[in-house]
Design a protein around this ligand. Sequence first.
Ligand SMILES: Nc1nc2c(c(=O)[nH]1)N[C@H]1C(S)=C(S)[C@@H](COP(=O)(O)O)O[C@H]1N2
Ligand SMILES: [Mo]
Length: 532
Amino acid sequence: MRRQRPTESPGLAARAARAAAAALAGLAAAAAAIGAGELVAAFTGPATSPVIAVGSSAIDLTPTPLKEYAVRQFGTNDKPVLLAGIYAVLVLLALLAGLVAVRRPRAGAAVFLAFGGVGAWAALSRSTATTASALPSLAAGVVGAVVVLQLAARYRAAVTAARTPEPEGGGPLAVRTARRQFLIISGGTVAVAAVAGFGGRALSAARTDITAARNAVRLPPPALPAPAVPASAHPAVPGLSSFRTPNADFYRVDTALTLPKIDPNDWALRIHGMVDHPVTISFDELLRRPLEELDHTLSCVSNEVGGPYVGTARWLGASLPALLREAGIRSGADQLVGRSKDGMTIGTPLEALLDGRRALLAVAMNGETLPVAHGFPCRSVVPGLYGYTSATKWLVDLEVTTFASYDPYWVQRGWGREGVVKTASRIEVPAGFAKVPPGTVTVAGTAWATHRGIAAVEVRVDDGPWAEARLATAVSPDLWRQWSYDWPDARTGSHTLQVRATDGTGAVQPSDRVPPFPDGATGWHSVVVNVT
Ligand SMILES: Nc1nc2c(c(=O)[nH]1)N[C@H]1C(S)=C(S)[C@@H](COP(=O)(O)O)O[C@H]1N2
Ligand SMILES: [Mo]
């Protein structure tokens, strides 16, 4: 005979409490999983942490239009936004896993094992992966599964106690005890997970800390110093960007969710492929080469018209063309592929490297040892090309090859092979939608056509005739050129200012608006100002 249960079905409040408990079980298990992953990743490398590995794979797999959209919407915050998105999805899945687990514990555990599997797959699919890269995610999956099984069992004990009459071991006291146990274990799990997670991150940071090694780098004086930049290169207009961009303000564009931390004492650069004399050089050997200073404006192909992904720095480094000539390039080679510590590949046309222009294996930026975010200990810079075809950060390998036999990272994603910088100009003063008094208004900005140089800049108001702007002193074709223009007799009302530049070859910047993909944006920058 079936025994009558004391309550037919739990009330609404009781059901909500049960759902909350199930969700808590899922969240606690997820926290434990992530904590375990971070702890193990302290030993296998920050890039192998499950969340980072999944995030990096997401970056690599994101279709180009979506990536462009993300860069446009979130700019340099695209990475925090991506990580926040991954955590949000994890929380959601953890809640669901908890709800499943209290009914079907094995299914709940399977969800965590599957999480772990996805993380392990992501970590192993990195080009820099070793077998150990899978360990953090495997640990995360197993810990998550074990914890969710434990918590599901506690949860069920509490439910059973509520259904069992007091004489048979149930009743209010038994229920309270079982619930308390569930809450203590869940809370304890979250606490331990937090310690493991944050502790793992801290341990990882300590283990990969290269601050001291970077500070210990002694930069030799340049064998070939850059000429002084004359004051006349920068019009004294308040609000105009400085001629040289301070390192702290220099734009940063890369796919690295965790910055590669390379101890220069462990660093080596291998030069191989279609060369007569393959060589591997150490950081000391690099510093012993004659170092050259090069003032150069670096820009990103993803920069929109008028956008911020451009900056000028004084780079110090060894001549890249000289090194390539010593290695002896074999005939037929036409591409130099730079590989970074984090697995990025960047392909540069060899023609550009051998046509006489300066190009560096840079070790310093604006008088400071290369910042970690900008490629410490060594990156390439090649005037005239966007960063994605020339400026490999955290460079560890140079392979001389052909375009026919290898597509580097961005080319695999549809971007152009050459990456020649297109002529660009922008109005910086007045700022868009600024209010300015009537009369003469100073307009100023920056233009660049790296390696071709800027020969002219013109400004026009409300589709009127183009007027020549005053060009600041040209320092080098590899640098941007600043300009100013006195807009005479500005009248009250809203006006549109436009700018266009002419490069050193005499080509006028085209008006057609094309987006950055696949080989750089074109179009004239304009700003609307209110004369009041
Ligand atoms: N290792 C690595 N190097 C890289 C990239 C990257 O994603 N990874 N991005 C390139 C791109 S697209 C640009 S525009 C420049 C930006 O250099 P910066 O961050 O120092 O300004 O670095 C280039 N070098
Ligand atoms: Mo870029």
